[in-house]
Write a protein that binds this ligand. Structure first.
Ligand SMILES: C[S@@+](CC[C@H](N)C(=O)[O-])C[C@H]1O[C@@H](n2cnc3c(N)ncnc32)[C@H](O)[C@@H]1O
Length: 251
């Protein structure tokens, strides 16, 4: 009786181990598929982007991820403000390109940067991206941006602190009047209409300090009207290469 009980337990362990081995194989297989389908692509200025099969859309413009991000979020957003201390919010942290560029171009500004991301890339995937090769002296910042923990502010360099939030923007409660700059970098309204709504923009508007600047690559009329409707003053600006116009909104 005792023997049979011991045999039973050992069998149970055997099955558990077998189950775990199979489970691990599935995880490895899933990662391989993820790598295969989440393709890294090279855009026209030589910088990488990522193609999302889930949304059937790339993270950046095919005319150049780097030039697009520098123009829309850095030149028209970050550098439009004249403050020496800033709270930046990014909707759709993704590859960390905007955070990296903000740390580089905003290096004389004290910045607290919050990036919200529902589907984070792994550190291994981020390591495949070539953004640091554009700023070799700041390579360690890009590595740091991906290696630091999620969920609390982490120092990337003397002036730049990063909070990566693994969450769905649609379910987040923002603190009121916290941010000076907002980078709105969701997938396009065609692919992700739930992100371009009055409810999302109202919550972002409330999270902005008076005078805060909001930029996005999208210049659709209904997006402009939604932003105006929730209280922003909105202007159309000439776009980067490959894009006629973009939107900048001020609270
Ligand atoms: C157009 S990509 C831009 C990514 C990033 N700004 C970059 O430069 O790599 C949109 C990003 O939003 C993320 N995303 C999609 N839906 C989201 C949601 N509901 N909440 C938070 N992030 C989301 C995607 O996973 C993706 O990383």
């Amino acid at each position: 009786m005792q023997t049979s009980t011991i045999v039973f337990r050992s069998d149970e362990n055997k099955y558990l181990k077998k189950y775990l081995r199979t489970f691990n194989r599935y995880i490895i297989l899933w990662r391989l598929l993820f790598f295969y389908y989440m393709q890294i692509i090279t855009t026209s200025d030589g910088s990488h982007s990522v193609y999302s099969p889930q949304y059937d859309e790339a993270y950046h413009s095919s005319f150049g991820a780097m030039q697009e991000a520098e123009y829309i979020f850095i030149n028209k957003g970050l550098l439009y403000t004249a403050k020496t201390s800033l709270q930046v919010l990014e909707i759709g942290f993704g590859t960390g390109l905007n955070a990296f560029l903000t740390s580089v171009y905003g290096n004389n500004i004290s910045i607290h940067y919050t990036g919200i991301e529902r589907f984070p890339l792994s550190v291994e995937e981020a390591n495949l991206l070539n953004y640091a090769s554009f700023f070799p002296e700041q390579k360690a910042w890009f590595t740091g941006i991906h290696q630091v923990e999620w969920g609390s502010f982490q120092r990337i360099n003397e002036n730049f602190q990063l909070l990566k939030v693994h969450a769905d923007v649609l379910n987040i409660d923002f603190t009121k009047e916290q941010y000076d700059v907002v980078y709105f970098d969701a997938f396009s309204p065609e692919k992700q209409p739930e992100m371009w709504t009055e409810s999302v923009f109202t919550r972002i508007f409330e999270a902005c300090k008076p005078g805060a600047v909001f930029t996005t690559y999208c210049c659709k009329g209904y997006v402009r009207r939604l932003l105006q409707g929730v209280g922003f003053t909105v202007e159309r600006l000439p776009g980067p290469i490959g894009k006629r116009q973009i939107l900048r909104a001020i609270k």
